[in-house]
Write a protein that binds this ligand. Structure first.
Ligand code: PGD
Length: 783
């Protein structure tokens, strides 16, 4: 019996096969520590929530395009492919002719699924470029603030967003890790495009087992690794910068700071010091000052500062800390703290970002290219910072500030989404729904009836990664995987490439889009181009057919001995940074010149505008989920087993629960100034008193779909979060924290209907094994 065809996913390689109409998935033998997320894949692929046919919203079909509040509650009408293609091509032509290509918003943020050729964003961007371009988005929901602030601080030439220092360097040299945000193992199971061997969590266990101490500064014990010398330092959410400044105050006033490093490797230390000592604003940033803000005892801060000075100390900050108002400050303050210690560039010391945020951080840095689908050229200049989507739709033509510039929002008439779920990733769903009523047309390519698909006018059914052939690869991973198609897409679903090929044909640009190449031609082409690029770099991957038949190819191992900024720290003149001063900018004249009150010229403690209040006394942490990736395959068993009677679990401290008469398993109503949702209570003292935790990714299930502000009956955290940029500098997403109250739900429990298809959808057929023949676009158009 065959073990199945090899393929890959964001959470690792696998083998898949179909037997008697059932899809079965097993981990690939190459990964000795496979992710439990694999368990979601088989049941999700054949779930009733799959989209089988092209669907068009009735109101759009009957009344034509235009703003509509019926999105999200209207019926869908099944259409055949020729009609869908004709409707969509005509609407694209109309918008382009009347309003120009900048009126097509094609940012289309999202992780999609693994596979370099079928990468949904590459597909949609290539297609839209072929028809004249689109308004785009910049940066990510993951690292929106860091990716703008850190180039000002360390220079654009240093990829400080992804921790560059290798795990084995930490293992050999680090004696203390001070981990702001902790080092959550759950996030190390995934990386965009896949991760062949899950080594991060094991590397961390080894480091701790060998005696490195960890102080994990986080409101949630779930973010702490296990180990004999791991100390949980519970902190009030969003206050880490105050603690970092107080640690710096102890180091400076105790003469434990490295004056030589600060003088020769940094710019603007005098300004930072004046602020820390209180000479700038009359407030010395003492541990006593920080205790009031952070809830961390002053004595603990004094002791920790002394330990940091006495050890080889690695100051690590998770990405989650910068997904909050003033999210630029935690990474900048952490760089400043590491600079005060003077250990930046020393093996095992300094600053690290993203450890515990993603599986590929801390691995050997492979700077080789990946196989990619060329996206062509976008002649349209209009853009938005990615998390300003609702703002753009609600305020067409309005000005916005970003990184020192003033720009205008495009007037988006057509929104095109392929491979993302804004109802998962965007904040304040009520506002998002109002925004999505504004454009003339919303097009969504999706394999599943997500809330995003349900809010579309034109729903294009996509194949999943198991239903197409591709090449799996990701940054820093040594393996390239041949992703063999396992089964045919259900009903009339197609790959996005097939859809865009037909659409391009209808718009008269088929050859420009396809280059007359089939899926297999493209795989061969992008693989061979990648192989040529690698020639001369000491690697000799086999020709395509050999790779394809073998199932994967592996590049030689690299040592993970990289130390971020080692050369610069040794010789700052020869290895100048690409900052204006050539040094680490603890004060940035550039940022100061922007005049932003919410992001001044040096790391600063800025309290949030909407912290806990009498009405919303608790702070909710919207963490990444452990049992699924984002919202993907939420209906799968790994995700479902974590639910409380079908609702997303909300973690709460027993003392906060007692005063509200909440018991384990109670249905609770979580409310914020933005909206509300239901969830299932889990009581634990692993969460700091005054905080609750609800993971992102529960599918949106409005109790009343006709009300844009309806509570979600399932627990989608973004009904609660605030849609506001981190600051005028980066305008990043602030979805991590929100002030809420929680009460016990009264009355009968509403049913959870998050994964039920719309009533017009047709039932799911059994899985069909594919015949292994390479697919061509012609196969589909004659179907
Ligand atoms: P996913 O659930 O991965 O979320 O947001 P993102 O939009 O990436 O959505 C991907 C979608 O692509 C899924 O619906 C999947 O079915 C679909 N898909 C998969 N394969 C294909 C394909 O081949 N073709 C097509 N057309 N579709 C496909 C992630 C984002 O969420 C991120 S990166 C972060 S870090 C965020 N973090 C937070 C946060 O901290 N707090 C809150 N409150 N919210 C967040 N949201 C952000």
């Amino acid at each position: 019996m065959s073990t199945g065809r090899p393929t890959s996913s964001h959470w690792g390689p696998l083998r898949a096969r179909v037997e008697d109409g059932q899809l079965s998935i097993v981990p690939h033998e190459i990964d000795s520590c496979p992710s439990s997320l694999l368990r979601n894949m088989g049941p999700a692929n054949g779930h009733a929530a799959r989209i089988h046919h092209p669907m068009v919203r009735r109101g759009w079909l009957e009344n034509g395009s235009g703003p509509s509040q019926a999105r999200g509650r209207d019926e869908f009408v099944r259409v055949e492919w020729p009609e869908l293609v004709a409707l969509l091509a005509a609407e694209l032509d109309r918008v382009i002719d009347l309003h120009g290509n900048a009126a097509i918003f094609g940012g289309s943020y999202g992780w999609g699924s693994a596979g370099r050729f079928h990468h949904p964003q590459s597909q949609v961007h290539r297609f839209l470029n072929t028809v004249g371009g689109y308004a785009r988005s910049v940066n990510t929901y993951s690292t929106g603030a860091s990716s703008v602030i850190l180039p000002h601080v360390l220079g654009a030439g240093v990829d400080a967003v992804h921790g560059l220092t290798g795990w084995s360097v930490l293992a050999e040299h680090t004696t203390l890790i001070v981990a702001f945000g902790g080092l959550p193992a759950r996030n190390m199971a995934v990386a965009p495009g896949g991760i062949t061997r899950h080594r991060g969590a094991a590397a961390l266990r080894q480091i701790i087992g060998d005696g490195t101490a960890v102080v994990a500064v986080t409101p949630s014990r779930a973010d702490c690794p296990d180990g004999p010398d791991v100390r949980w330092c519970p902190i009030d959410p969003g206050t880490d910068v105050a603690m970092m400044l107080a640690l710096a105050w102890v180091l400076i006033t105790g003469h434990l700071h490295d004056t030589e490093f600060l003088r020769t490797r940094c710019a603007g230390y005098d300004r930072l010091e004046a602020y820390v000592l209180g000479l700038e604003d009359g407030v010395p940033k003492t541990p006593e000052w920080a205790e009031v803000i952070t809830g961390v005892a002053a004595a603990e801060i004094y002791t920790l500062a002394a330990r940091m000075a006495a050890n080889r100390t690695f100051v690590s900050v998770t990405w989650s800390l910068q997904r909050a108002q003033h999210g630029e400050q935690p990474p900048w303050a952490a760089v400043a703290l590491a600079a005060v210690l003077g250990q930046i560039g020393m093996p095992g010391g300094g600053f690290g970002h993203g450890y515990g945020s993603m599986g590929d951080v801390g691995l050997p840095q492979r700077r080789n290219p990946l196989p990619t689908l060329p996206q062509g050229r976008n002649p349209v200049g209009a853009f938005i910072p990615v998390a300003r989507i609702a703002d753009m739709l609600l305020n067409p033509g309005a000005h916005f500030e970003y990184n020192g510039g003033v720009h205008r929002y495009p007037d988006a008439r057509l929104v095109y989404w392929c491979g993302g779920n804004p109802f998962h990733h965007h904040q304040h769903i009520g506002r998002l729904r109002r925004a999505l009523a504004m454009p003339d047309t919303v097009v969504v390519h999706e394999p599943f009836w997500t809330a995003t698909a349900r809010h579309a006018d034109i729903v294009v059914p996509s194949a999943t990664s198991l239903e197409r052939s591709d090449i799996g690869a990701s940054r820093n991973d040594p393996c390239l995987h041949a992703m063999h198609q396992t089964c045919d897409p259900p009903g009339d679903a197609r790959t996005d490439y097939e859809t865009f090929s037909e659409l391009a044909a209808a718009m008269g640009v088929r050859s420009a889009f396809t280059e007359d190449a089939s899926e297999r031609d493209w795989l061969r082409r992008i693989y061979e181009r990648w192989r040529r690029q690698l020639a001369g770099q000491g690697a000799a991957p086999p020709p395509f057919e050999e790779f394809w038949n073998a199932g994967h190819t592996e590049l030689p191992e690299l040592p993970d001995d990289e130390v971020m900024l080692r050369d610069f720290a040794r010789d700052p003149e020869t290895y100048r940074l690409s900052t204006p001063s050539g040094r680490i900018e603890l004060f940035s004249e550039t940022i100061q010149s922007f005049g932003y009150d919410d992001c001044p010229g040096h790391p600063t403690w800025l309290p949030p505008d909407a912290g806990p209040s009498a009405k919303y006394p608790l702070t909710l942490l919207a963490s990444q989920p452990a049992n699924r990736l984002h919202s993907q395959m939420d209906m799968g068993p790994a995700s479902q087993e974590g639910k409380v009677n079908g609702r997303e679990p909300m973690l709460m401290h027993p003392e906060d629960a007692a005063s509200r008469e909440i018991a384990p398993g109670s249905i609770v109503v979580i409310s914020s100034a933005q909206g509300s949702c239901l969830a299932g209570a889990v009581l634990t003292d692993d969460i700091k008193k005054g905080c609750v935790q609800l993971s992102t990714g529960a599918w949106y299930a409005p109790l009343d779909p006709s009300d844009v502000d309806s509570p979600c009956g399932h627990g989608n955290v973004n009904t609660l979060t605030v849609d506001r940029g981190t600051s005028r500098l980066a305008q990043g997403c602030t979805g991590q924290l929100v002030s809420v109250d929680v009460r016990r739900h009264q009355g009968p429990a509403p049913a959870v209907s998050a994964h039920a298809p719309p009533r017009d959808a047709v039932p799911n057929p059994p899985a069909r094994p594919c015949d292994g023949r390479p697919r061509s676009v012609e196969d589909r158009s004659t179907k």
